[in-house]
Ligand binder design. Structure first.
Ligand SMILES: NC(=O)c1ccc[n+]([C@@H]2O[C@H](COP(=O)([O-])OP(=O)(O)OC[C@H]3O[C@@H](n4cnc5c(N)ncnc54)[C@H](OP(=O)(O)O)[C@@H]3O)[C@@H](O)[C@H]2O)c1
Length: 351
């Protein structure tokens, strides 16, 4: 049964990943076309604001109401040198969500990285905040498990390379997989953090190697999870038939693969809402770009699931706090509401 409530159960704070999508969206919703140059000139001067409402249905019959708030962060300025401006934009978007009365707010993709460890700034807000990284990580590893079965890859006998291993999502994936695979290969740019994580895992008798160079580890990897916060990762000369989960945002690994060698890639960390959602105004023609209906980022699903469960709490925050127990809990709650991992797809469509 539909809930009579029209209150704002959740909000999502997000940013766009490229100018092509921004141009399509803006020209799709206004009368009279703007040039992409004009759009670039004005876009990042627009203050954060809500763009559309979202209504989501659970398998249980419950309905929740949410809103999407755009930060208007310039997609070419996601690097650390622009961090001050970007933090300002995310903070303003968060204040907007709070003013709208959103009970829980998901910090999508890059916005969670910008505010990492800084959720205390929101302590006085009535809204609760979550990075959504626990369910994102669960969708990534459950996706890898399922895809490995489909590709006839023996997970237990596999060396799994995690690019971005010292990040919040990378660490969660490492801990989830540490007793389920033959070996973990960890990669990130900061050697000290890699060494620390590797030592922790070795103490638990996990077979582990680490390197700052992706290329040094690729020859050994049977499965690759890319959860790095940079767009410059290249995959060259992978083993034959390697399975790759592109878990970052934006998803842009496919253009950086050389000598494919039978590699099979899917976009990970994504869920699918079986009972659907609707946008109001309905901008789905201009913003929906997935290979199947009702696909959505894991971080957004986390806020939805918490709202369905009436658990308006900071479920994921900071870096390195995600536990396997919480990954299993939020995943099973997600399935309870009819939201499971998305069907496997990549730039070329569904597998
Ligand atoms: N699907 C979804 O719903 C969803 C949800 C949330 C986040 N995400 C995406 O997931 C990714 C990871 O998020 P996070 O919160 O875990 O970020 P994070 O905590 O900042 O971690 C990023 C990791 O990437 C590493 N890294 C950055 N650049 C690298 C490079 N060039 N080569 C190798 N390693 C590199 C970082 O270590 P070093 O700095 O030492 O290199 C760190 O280990 C981001 O792209 C984010 O946007 C997706």
């Amino acid at each position: 049964m539909d809930s009579p409530s029209t209150s704002l159960d959740f909000a999502v704070i997000g940013h766009q990943d490229n100018w092509q999508n921004i141009t399509t969206f803006i020209n799709g919703i206004r009368i009279g076309e703007l040039s992409s140059k004009k759009i670039k000139d004005i876009f990042s001067f627009i203050p954060p604001r809500d763009l559309f409402r979202v209504k989501v249905r659970s398998k249980t019959g419950a309905v929740i109401n949410g809103v999407y708030i755009e930060t208007f962060i310039d997609p070419d300025k996601l690097d650390t040198q622009f961090i001050r401006t970007n933090i300002g934009k995310v903070m303003n978007a968060a204040a907007w969500a709070n003013k709208m009365g959103a009970r829980i707010v998901a910090l999508g993709g890059f916005t969670s990285i910008v505010l990492e460890g800084n959720l205390d700034s929101f302590a006085r807000c009535e809204s609760q905040y979550t990075t959504g990284n626990t369910l994102t990580s669960a969708f990534i590893v459950k996706g890898v498990e399922k895809a490995a079965i489909l590709q006839r890859i023996n997970l237990q006998g596999s060396a799994v390379l995690i690019i971005g291993a010292t990040g919040d999502i990378g660490m969660a994936c490492s801990h989830f997989l540490k007793n389920k695979v033959k070996k973990l290969l960890l990669c990130a740019r900061n050697n000290q953090r890699l060494e620390k994580l590797s030592q922790e895992l070795s103490k638990e008798n996990v077979s582990v190697n680490y390197a700052v160079s992706v290329q040094d580890q690729i020859p050994e990897a049977d499965i690759i999870i890319c959860a790095a916060s940079s767009s410059g990762i290249k995959l060259t000369d992978c083993k034959k038939d390697v399975l790759v989960c592109d878990a970052g945002y934006p998803k842009n690994l496919e253009s950086k693969i050389e000598n494919n060698n039978g590699l099979k890639i899917f976009h990970g960390g994504m869920g699918q809402v079986t009972h659907g959602y609707t946008f109001s105004p309905d901008y789905s023609n201009t913003i929906y770009r997935y290979a199947a209906p009702y696909i959505i980022h894991g971080c957004i699903v986390e806020a939805m699931v918490l709202a369905f469960e009436n658990r308006f709490e900071t479920y994921s925050a900071g870096k390195g706090n995600i536990t396997v127990k919480n990954m299993e809990e939020i995943y099973s709650l997600s399935v309870k509401h009819g939201i499971d991992i998305a069907p496997f797809y990549n730039e070329n469509g569904l597998w």
